[in-house]
Design a protein around this ligand. Structure first.
Ligand SMILES: [Zn+2]
Length: 363
């Protein structure tokens, strides 16, 4: 009969978790005593948590530099899922937590970090709290929650499961007078072709949609909601293109000479911003209505390839479509992070607003 190994470790010198060897055979879980196994477990989880805060700091810096753009991703979320291999949920939680840390003053952020590291707050609850803070901000933009209020809310979520956290936040929503009864908008991918879109309309909007249906005439009467939305999308697209590029956008207008077309250009002073609507439209068409770096279609801007401040002109060959993230990244590469932070974005050239209806990806 084999000698039974007991978990009596009286003969051994007590080990501190920090001094447990990492790679020696005896540190293989199956070789550890019960006591050491539990200690080591604690130690590993502790390390995992401090790694999380470190990851959040790095994520923040990647976002600040818009580095994901260099890799062809249109958002930090896209990068976190496709490059780092996180699931959508994992990526979302980390990004939300990072944004909460970013938005808090330094001292409060430190406090939150401590709570992540000692395990009293989990990422799911932090993420739920951040959504709540965003809802409050959206409902009353003039009275956003103060850092102190946020910490109070977070305090109530300590040592709670995600479900308990959800329930606690639901109460807070009610207290804050937020609408709690309506389900959130949701997009669910059903197949490569189809997605299910769940949204809640108020009765005014519903009536307006019915009015549009009536205006479309007979052909719209039997349309499903999806067909009606399709019809409306086509119409709005035309109207928006007209608004953005002018009605006669198909006619190429001869480009007017830019003020600084010749000679040595100054890096300061007024910038030639005369990109005609026709030219914008042609750049838009040429680049396929998408960012030339990442293929994103949101927050698009017409960018000068050679920046205006470096003498770049407004000829079509020097123009391209970039999304906001890629444009900022190009600016960072060209002028450095500090200068971009000071708001010298315009140095890169035209920072015209996104087409109406488009939104910047914020996740
Ligand atoms: Zn892009």
């Amino acid at each position: 009969m084999q000698k039974q190994s007991t978990h009596k470790s009286t003969s051994k010198t007590p080990r501190q978790p920090e001094s447990l060897p990492e790679s020696l055979p005896e540190s293989q879980p199956q070789n550890l005593s019960d006591r050491d196994l539990l200690k080591r477990m604690q130690l590993l989880v502790q390390r995992e948590r401090s790694l999380v805060t470190e990851i959040l700091h790095h994520l923040r810096e990647v976002e600040r530099r818009k580095l994901y753009s260099d890799l062809g991703y249109k958002s930090l979320f896209d990068y976190a899922v496709k490059e780092l291999g996180y699931s959508e949920g994992q990526a979302g939680r980390r990004i939300q937590a990072m944004r909460l840390l970013r938005d808090l003053p330094q001292e409060e952020a430190k406090e939150l970090e401590k709570k992540i590291e000692d395990g009293s707050l989990n990422l799911t609850n932090i993420c739920q709290a951040q959504s709540f803070f965003n809802e409050v901000k959206k409902a009353s933009p003039d009275q956003p929650l103060l850092a102190k209020d946020k910490l109070d809310v977070l305090k109530e979520l300590e040592h709670k499961s995600s479900r308990q956290g959800q329930a606690a936040l639901m109460e807070k929503r009610q207290d804050a007078g937020l609408d709690v009864s309506l389900p959130k908008e949701k997009t669910r991918i059903l197949s490569g072709e189809h997605s299910e879109l769940r949204l809640v309309l108020n009765k005014e909007l519903l009536a307006e949609l019915e009015e549009v249906r009536a205006l479309l005439g007979q052909k719209a009467m039997g349309m499903s909601w999806a067909e009606l939305i399709g019809e409306m999308a086509a119409l709005s697209k035309e109207a928006l293109k007209d608004k953005r590029f002018g009605k006669r956008r198909e006619k190429a207008t001869p480009s007017t000479p830019a003020p600084f077309k010749e000679g040595v250009k100054k890096a300061t002073g007024p910038k030639p911003r005369s990109i005609s609507k026709g030219k914008r439209s042609r750049v838009w068409e040429r680049d396929g209505g998408a960012c030339v770096k990442c293929g994103g279609q949101q927050g698009l801007q017409v960018d000068h390839i050679v920046p205006v401040a470096r003498g770049g002109g407004c000829e079509e060959e020097n123009l391209r479509l970039l999304c906001f993230g890629c444009n900022v990244r190009e600016g960072v590469k060209e002028f450095g992070l500090e200068r971009m932070k000071r708001g010298d974005m315009s140095q890169r050239g035209d920072m015209s607003p996104s087409p109406p209806g488009s939104r910047r990806t914020t996740i």
